[in-house]
Design a protein around this ligand. Structure first.
Ligand code: AMP
Length: 226
C-alpha cells in the first residue's frame, strides 16, 4: 500500500486517488477542494486537453475533433499524456486523477504505471446531472467552475478569481451532453466493477446542492482516512 504521512493534516491517508463519476456529477469541484486539503495535485485530463486546444498543440488539434462531439479521445493519446504528467515531481506524495481512467484499457494501463490506493465513485440522479451540465459555465483561463443559477460570477461573463472569460463548453451543449452520458454508461461505468473487485471503491453520494458541498467533502475525508 502506498500509505504516507500527510504532514499538512497529520493524518494517515491513502494518496494515489482516482475520482470516478458521470460527467456533471461535480468531480472538478470536489477535486479542487480535496487537492487543497491534502496538498496533492488534481490531474484532470479534460483540463489538459482544453489547455492543449487553447495552445493549438498537435494533441489539442487531434483531441478537439472528439471532445466537441462528446466522444472519448483515443486511449493511446490519453494514456500518453497521463503517463508524462505522473512523472512530474509534484506527484511524488500522491495525486488525484479527475476524468481518467475512462475505459478499462486506460485502467489497465494505469495499473502498469502506479499503484492506486483509493477510488471515489461520486453518484447523483440523472436529473441533477443534466441540470449541472447544461447550466455549467467555466473560466477559459483558470478553469474555475460556475453555474447559471447557483454559482454566478459577480460580473456577468467574468471570472471572480482571475478576470478571465466565463463561457459554456461546446461539449456542455445538449447534443454533446447526451452523447457524453451515453459514452459514460457504455465505456466508463464498467470501471465501477473493475475497482470494486480490487476492493478500492468508496461510494460518495453527490445529490446534495452546492451549498452543502462541505458535507460531500466530509464523506470524502471519511473514506480516505478510514
Ligand atoms: P471532462 O472535462 O473530464 O468532462 O472531459 C472533457 C472531454 O475530454 C471528454 O468528454 C472527452 O472527450 C475528453 N477526455 C477527458 N478525459 C478523457 C479520458 N480519460 N479518455 C478519453 N477522453 C477524455
Amino acid at each position: 500500500m502506498n500509505q504516507q504521512k500527510n504532514t499538512k493534516q497529520g493524518i494517515l491517508v491513502k494518496m494515489n486517488i482516482v475520482l470516478l463519476g458521470s460527467p456533471g456529477v461535480g468531480k472538478g469541484t470536489y477535486a479542487k477542494r480535496i487537492s487543497g486539503i491534502y496538498g496533492i495535485p488534481q490531474i484532470s485530463t479534460g483540463d489538459m486537453f482544453r489547455e492543449a486546444i487553447k495552445n493549438k498543440t498537435e494533441i489539442g488539434l487531434k483531441a478537439k475533433e472528439y471532445i466537441d462531439k462528446g466522444e472519448l479521445v483515443p486511449d493511446d493519446v490519453t494514456i500518453g499524456i497521463v503517463e508524462e504528467r505522473l512523472k512530474k515531481d509534484d506527484c511524488k506524495n500522491g495525486f488525484m486523477l479527475d476524468g481518467f481512467p475512462r475505459t478499462i484499457a486506460q485502467a489497465e494501463a494505469l495499473d502498469k504505471i502506479v499503484v492506486i490506493d483509493k477510488v471515489l465513485d461520486f453518484t447523483a440522479s440523472e436529473k441533477i446531472i443534466i441540470d449541472r451540465l447544461s447550466g455549467r459555465r467555466i473560466c477559459k483561463s483558470c478553469g474555475a467552475i460556475y453555474h447559471i443559477r447557483n454559482i454566478i460570477p459577480k460580473v456577468k461573463g467574468v471570472c471572480d478569481k482571475c478576470g478571465g472569460e466565463v463561457y459554456q463548453r461546446n461539449d456542455d451543449k445538449p447534443e454533446a451532453v447526451k452523447k457524453r452520458l451515453d459514452v459514460y454508461t457504455k465505456q466508463t461505468a464498467p470501471l465501477i466493477g473493475y475497482y470494486k473487485e480490487k476492493k478500492l471503491l468508496a461510494d460518495i453520494g453527490a445529490d446534495k446542492p452546492i451549498e452543502q458541498v462541505d458535507e460531500i467533502i466530509a464523506d470524502v475525508r471519511k473514506a480516505l482516512e478510514e
